[in-house]
Ligand binder design. Structure first.
Ligand code: HEC
Length: 170
């Protein structure tokens, strides 16, 4: 595995379309830090935030979100978002950013973005139609050094949990 990765890293780009799906879960076998392992990952990173996400979302409503990453060290960065909950329906993502791809309730950057100050990836989330307790937004972003390899990068993780419930009075 390690040898395969080294080989891959020397090529034209092992993951030209972005990190493998599910990698923003720190407990996943193929999590970001399993390949980008030079530095200890930052858990519950203060540098990562989801702007525009309420604590309680309204079923079926669309929210314009921005995944913001404020890193002092990143030269380039990429992110991934995995939304999961107890039920099957965790809503749906939409994006207009050209370097972001969404599939159902997951999103990822498809190429590293240069960092000049704070970085924002824009994404819209349509909440599921049914009420739900504890929908988790698992986010990972890398403070990368732009050497086109998995080395010398620090992974930041953040998990945000919200509920989906009809507003009181409806
Ligand atoms: C299975 C291994 C693997 C996983 C998991 C993985 N990466 Fe990577 N990553 C690589 C390899 C190999 C490269 C270099 C080749 C390339 O760009 O595809 C790379 C390159 C990158 C780069 C460019 C780095 C630079 O300094 O130029 C970024 C940014 C990045 N990954 C972010 C992420 C993020 C964020 C995650 C988790 C959501 C992730 N990666 C998960 C293997 C992985």
């Amino acid at each position: 595995m390690a040898a395969a990765l080294l080989l891959a890293a020397g090529g034209a780009g092992a993951y030209p379309d972005g990190a493998p799906w599910g990698a923003s879960d720190p407990d996943a076998t193929e999590s970001c830090a399993s390949c980008h392992y030079d530095y200890e990952p930052v858990m519950d990173s203060a540098a990562l935030s989801v702007e525009g996400l309420p604590e309680i979302a309204t079923p079926g409503r669309r929210y314009r979100l921005a995944l913001a990453f404020a890193s002092d060290t990143a030269v380039t960065s990429g992110f991934q978002l995995t939304i999961r909950g107890a039920g099957k329906d965790n809503g749906m993502l939409v994006t207009r950013d050209e370097d972001v791809e969404v599939v159902g309730a997951a999103g990822r950057s498809t190429s590293p973005r240069p960092v000049g100050g704070e970085l924002r990836w824009h994404i819209e989330w349509q909440a599921p139609d049914a009420e739900a307790d504890c929908i988790e937004f698992l986010i990972a972003a890398s403070a990368a050094n732009d050497d086109q390899s998995p080395f010398g990068d620090t992974i930041h993780y953040k998990a945000v949990a919200i509920d989906v419930a009809a507003p009181v009075g409806d």
